[in-house]
Design a protein around this ligand. Structure first.
Ligand SMILES: Cc1ncc(COP(=O)(O)O)c(C=O)c1O
Length: 392
């Protein structure tokens, strides 16, 4: 499959057929596996080979299909599937860091990611330095010879600020620090993060990979050595593995991922173009617009503006709420990457826990609404959004 194009990898990669020869991937909804003999059980606990399973917390054939398929798309040697995106972020960081280590992290992070780096890691003796992720000089000043890893969202939630993966990786590499990238907003379709220098890539597969708002999941990708020697022991003993049911839903999600994400990004670009300059808006934030301060980086790094945009509605919270309550097709919710377009008011929902100072630092205004563009007809979406803006 390695010589095949991404869409082929997404449809066929990792498929394992049972003795029945089923076309569609089977769900192996089992926690345990039967051994032919006591000797075989003993041997499997000493070392299990490929396609030899012990217990679903360690591995399961349906989960393995999901892991192989996403690893093939990303061009990674291996992957470990997790129970949620946060299990992946926590697992990737906790499995590699020890007391006394130093981590440099971008400060523009999703609230739960910020909680891990600000609250949890320091409890276990990890020193954390937060930097302005868009500023390479800030990374250069913060990364030290004893820095074990750097961590950032390649496109931040919700202000859509990009981090230069190649630039930060070069700085990290000079200090032998590992580069850990939360790539959720960039999506696996627009990712070339490994070639750009990332060592470990994380996705919340709850988002574009499921793509239809059904299941929670996540994945950690990297070298075979890192995934099997560092990540797997931590994950399998602490219980954050993906369930076979989730893997079954999401392995089918992967089949249509490329088509869906490209259609969503195309719509997002058309919507950003149409809303830009609307009287009810202070600003449209979309990396695909030339007005975005990192438009050039977005083109270089992703070749797209992505599927998410943010708008700053005039009139603060009141204006934003009037807009949200006037929407007809776009639903008010807080997931993203879904077939259904979703509008979120970060300052009163996903980022409510943050102080006003933190929100200001992250560029989250009271009028900001995050839009996840779905698969509806683009013109219907533009009409819906413009009608709601006219109501502001
Ligand atoms: C950037 C980012 N990382 C991680 C997560 C966590 O993913 P999950 O909700 O699947 O745990 C999210 C969720 O919104 C996110 O936006």
């Amino acid at each position: 499959m390695k010589d095949k194009k991404p869409r082929t990898r997404l449809v066929h990669g990792g498929t394992k057929r049972s003795q029945w020869g089923e076309v569609s991937e089977a769900i192996f909804l089992t926690q345990g596996f039967v051994y032919d003999t006591a000797e075989q059980a003993e041997q499997r606990f000493i070392e299990s080979g490929p396609d030899e399973y012990i217990y679903a917390r360690y591995g399961n054939p349906t989960v393995a299909m999901f892991e192989e398929r996403i690893a093939l798309l990303e061009g990674a040697e291996d992957a470990f599937a997790t129970a949620s995106g946060m299990a992946a972020v926590n697992g990737a960081l906790m499995s590699m860091l020890r007391a006394g280590d130093h981590l440099v992290s971008a400060r523009a992070l999703f609230g739960s990611c910020l909680y891990i780096v600000e609250e949890i890691l320091p409890r276990f003796g990890v020193e954390v330095t937060l930097v302005d992720g868009a500023n390479l000089d800030a990374w250069r000043a913060a990364v030290r010879p004893d820095t074990k890893a750097v961590f950032f969202e390649s496109m931040s939630n919700p202000a859509l600020e990009l981090v230069d993966i190649a630039g930060v990786s070069e700085i990290a590499r000079e200090n032998n620090a590992l580069v850990v990238v939360d790539n959720v907003f960039s999506t696996p379709v627009f990712s070339d993060a490994l070639r750009q220098g990332a060592d470990v890539i994380i996705y919340s597969s709850t988002k574009h990979i499921d793509g239809q708002g059904r299941t929670l999941g996540g994945v950690i990708l990297g070298t075979r050595e890192h995934i099997r020697k560092v990540v797997e022991p931590y994950m399998k003993h602490t219980g954050g593995s993906m369930s076979p049911f989730t893997a079954w839903v999401q392995v089918k999600g992967l089949e249509t991922l490329d088509l869906r994400v490209r259609a969503q990004a195309q719509s997002a670009q058309a919507i950003a173009d149409a809303l830009d300059g609307h009287d009810a808006l202070n600003r449209v934030i979309y990396p695909g617009l030339p007005s975005h301060p990192q438009h050039g980086l977005a083109q270089r790094q992703m070749g797209s503006g992505g599927t998410m945009l943010a708008i700053d509605v005039k009139g603060g919270k009141e204006g934003a709420f009037r807009f949200l309550n006037a929407l007809d097709i776009v639903v008010i919710s807080n997931n993203l990457g879904d077939a259904k377009s979703i509008a979120t008011h970060p300052s009163t929902t996903t980022h409510q826990r943050l102080s006003e100072d933190q929100r200001t630092m992250l560029g989250i205004t009271d009028g900001m609404v995050r839009l996840s563009i779905g698969l509806e007809d683009t013109n219907d979406l533009i009409t819906d959004l413009q009608t709601a803006l006219n109501a502001v």
